[in-house]
Design a protein around this ligand. Sequence first.
Ligand code: PGA
Length: 248
Amino acid sequence: MASSTRCLIAGNWKMNGTLQESLDFVQALGENPAPEHVEVAIMPPFTLLHPLASPFREKGVRLGAQNMYCETSGAFTASISPVMLRDAGCHYVILGHSERRDIQHESNALIRKKMDLAWEYALEPILCIGEHLEERESGSTNAVLKEQLAVLAGVDGGVPLTVAYEPVWAIGTGKVATPEQVRETHAFVHEELKRLGHDCRVLYGGSVNPANAADILACEGVEGALVGGASLKADSFTQLIEIAAKVA
Ligand code: PGA
């Protein structure tokens, strides 16, 4: 890892979690879940942001949202704005997750619009990028990532930003990129970010669990993990934080 203080373990709960389940999760996290040199964050569904803000704050866990709309208020039924996310106590917002790109057809242009608004309202975007299996197999991974990172063109290098490299074929599938693939791809992502004037943290995501986390987090250029399935249970999530604390 480039710098131990940059390590972030972030849980993306996706469309999972009732109020009671989330309060049980908080309780099971224990008194001091976040060690000094590992940052911990959870992105629950919108309905749980307000009730979790204070219990997570007390435990030193940062709150994030999984998405937001590209306007601040108005007649946009069912949408959630950056103003609402700040009001609910969010620090992070995930943007460009492959499930939004693929299922909701979110474009790079829309993602950039959301990023600009996130920065305007002091939210830190976690920009997700990643290639599909056929793109990796045809050798176009770097071209795909380059195009996705191009949303940062012209953005001031000083803005708060985290990037998450998540190969789409590894998300929720139990397939993980090999350490060599992780190292190579993270090196490319860092190089491309540098070219665009950014020196930000890059997470790995895609089927990260307590059995593979040590190998992944030990890879050069990996500064934390964005975790789906293994963040839903407090015991596996806690194990991931403990592993990060050792590797970091
Ligand atoms: P997964 O999800 O850990 O369940 O593969 C990761 C993500 O989508 O961010």
